[in-house]
Design a protein around this ligand. Structure first.
Ligand code: NAD
Length: 369
C-alpha cells in the first residue's frame, strides 16, 4: 500500500478550517484507493509566532524536511500586522520555505466552471465555457532575489534604490521544462511571457525558451508575448492561453490578474514545485490555496474549502504521482459545485452551505463515482 507522507501546515485564519475538510476528503480517497496517509501537523505563521516566537520554527522545518510534500493553509492576519515586515507571517514563513526547498515553479490553475461564470468580472459572453488556463511563475529568481538590492544616499544627498533582475540560462530551462510537462497533459500550447524589447534578462529568456522548446518539445505550439500585451489578453480572452509561463515578477502580477478574472479565491489552488526530489523520486512541493487567511470570515465555518481540497489533489498528482485520485477529487469538486453546493463566495443568490457541508458534497460525489 503506497504511503503518503506529508506535512500539514494549516496556519491562521480560515487555514485550519479548510485544512480539516481537505484532510477529510483525502482520507476518503485514501480509503477508496487503498493509500496510507501519513500527515504530520506543524505550526506555521501567526500561531507559530505566538507559541514559538517565530513564524517558521525549526521543528516545523524539520517536519517538512522529513515529508515528501507540504500541504499548506495560509498565514497572517491583523493580529501580526504591526510586527516589523521581516517578522510578519507571510514573509517570515513562506519566503524561507520557498528558499529552503528551492520551490522554483509556481503552478496556478486558473479554473472557472461555466456554471460559475457570474463570479468573474468578465462579461459571461466572453467566457461561454468558463476559464481553464494554467499560469506558471518562476519563483526563486529575478528581481526579488537579485543583488545588489539596496537604498543608498548619493553624493548630492538624494536617495537611490536599486533592485537587480538576474536570470541564468539554467533557471530559464528548468522552468521551461516544467511548462512543457504541464502542456503535454493539457492542450499542448505554451505561451512564454517576457519584456524582450527592453530587458536583457528577457532577451536571454526568449532565446533560451525558444531553443529549449525546439530541442525538447518541437511537438508543442510555442508563442511569445510581451508582458503588457499578456496582461491585456488575459482580460480580453483568457482561453486563448493554455499554459502561460513567465519570470517571477511578471508571474506575480499576471497570476493575481488571472485569479481575479477567475472569480473567487476560494476555488483556486496552487502548487510550488521544488528543485529537489522527494523519497519517491518525484518533485518535492508545497501546495496551498491562492487566497489568504480571510480574516473577514475566519472562525464562522463559511469559508470555501475547495481551493484547499484542490491543492491536495495537486499534491497527489505532482508529489505522489497519483493522477487518478487527483483527477477524481477535481471531478468531484466540479460536480459538487455545478450540482448546486455553494459556499457564500460562489452562491450568487442561491442558498449557501458552510465549509463542512461543501466538503460533504465533494465526498458524496467521490462515493458515487
Ligand atoms: P485573502 O485572500 O485572505 O482575502 C481576500 C478576500 O477573499 C476576502 O474577502 C476573503 O473573505 C475572500 N476569500 C479568500 N479565501 C476564501 C475562501 N477560501 N472562501 C471564501 N472567501 C475567501 O486576502 P487579504 O484579505 O488580502 O489577506 C488576509 C491575510 O492573509 C493577510 O494577513 C495576508 O497577509 C494573508 N495572506 C496570506 C497568504 C498566504 O499564506 N499564502 C496569501 C495571501 C494573503
Amino acid at each position: 500500500m503506497p504511503t503518503l507522507k506529508f506535512a500539514v501546515l494549516a496556519g491562521d485564519g480560515i487555514g485550519p478550517e479548510v485544512m480539516t475538510e481537505a484532510l477529510r476528503v483525502l482520507a476518503h480517497v485514501a480509503r477508496q484507493e487503498n493509500l496510507r496517509l501519513e500527515p504530520t501537523a506543524a505550526e506555521v505563521g501567526g500561531i507559530a509566532i505566538d507559541r514559538h516566537g517565530r513564524a517558521l520554527p525549526d521543528s516545523t522545518l524539520r517536519t517538512c524536511e522529513a515529508a515528501d510534500a507540504i500541504l499548506f493553509g495560509s498565514v497572517g492576519g491583523p493580529k501580526w500586522e504591526k510586527l516589523p515586515p521581516k517578522e510578519q507571517p507571510e514573509r517570515a514563513a513562506l519566503l524561507p520555505l520557498r528558499q529552503h526547498f528551492t520551490l522554483f515553479a509556481n503552478l496556478r490553475p486558473g479554473l472557472l466552471y461555466r456554471e460559475l461564470a457570474d463570479a468573474s468580472p468578465l462579461k459571461s459572453e466572453r467566457i461561454p465555457d468558463g476559464i481553464d488556463v494554467l499560469c506558471i511563475r518562476e519563483l526563486t529568481g529575478g528581481i526579488y532575489f537579485g543583488r545588489p538590492k539596496e537604498t543608498t544616499t548619493l553624493a548630492d544627498g538624494d536617495l537611490q534604490a536599486v533592485d537587480t533582475m538576474v536570470y541564468r540560462r539554467s533557471e530559464i530551462e528548468r522552468i521551461t521544462g516544467i511548462a512543457i510537462t504541464a502542456a503535454r497533459s493539457r492542450r499542448r500550447k505554451l505561451c512564454s511571457v517576457d519584456k524582450a524589447n527592453v530587458l536583457e534578462t528577457s532577451v536571454l529568456w526568449r532565446k533560451t525558451v525558444t531553443a529549449y522548446v525546439a530541442q525538447h518539445a518541437p511537438d508543442l505550439e510555442l508563442s511569445h508575448l510581451y508582458v503588457d500585451n499578456a496582461a491585456m489578453q488575459l482580460v480580453r480572452n483568457p482561453n486563448q492561453f493554455d499554459v502561460l509561463f513567465t519570470e517571477n515578477m511578471f508571474g506575480d502580477i499576471l497570476s493575481d490578474e488571472m485569479a481575479c478574472v477567475c472569480g473567487s479565491l476560494g476555488m483556486l489552488a496552487s502548487a510550488s514545485l521544488g528543485a529537489g526530489k522527494n523519497s519517491l523520486g518525484l518533485p518535492f512541493g508545497l501546495y496551498e490555496p491562492a487566497g489568504g487567511t480571510a480574516p473577514d470570515i475566519a472562525g464562522r465555518g463559511v469559508a470555501n474549502p475547495c481551493a484547499q481540497i484542490l491543492s491536495a489533489a495537486l499534491m497527489l498528482r505532482y508529489s505522489f504521482g497519483l493522477e487518478k485520485p487527483a483527477a477524481r477529487i477535481e471531478a468531484a469538486v466540479k460536480q459538487a459545485v455545478t450540482g448546486g453546493a455553494r459556499t457564500a463566495d460562489i452562491a450568487f443568490g442561491q442558498k449557501a452551505v458552510g465549509t463542512a457541508a461543501m466538503a460533504d458534497a465533494v465526498i458524496a460525489h467521490l462515493s458515487a463515482d
